[in-house]
Design a protein. Sequence first.
Length: 54
Amino acid sequence: MEVEKCQKCNKEFGLTETNCQPGHRESEDITCPYCGYITTRRTNGVFRTFKLEE
């Protein structure tokens, strides 16, 4: 698990990468679970985001 910080609302959220397939890199969306702001990152899997416990 990684901790990311949203560029729009500045809240931290959790990020995991799953279903990795070697050699198969594409741009995938990373959506802030608080405000819905979307960024992209190249990966060979898919991203799952979630709110952090306070």
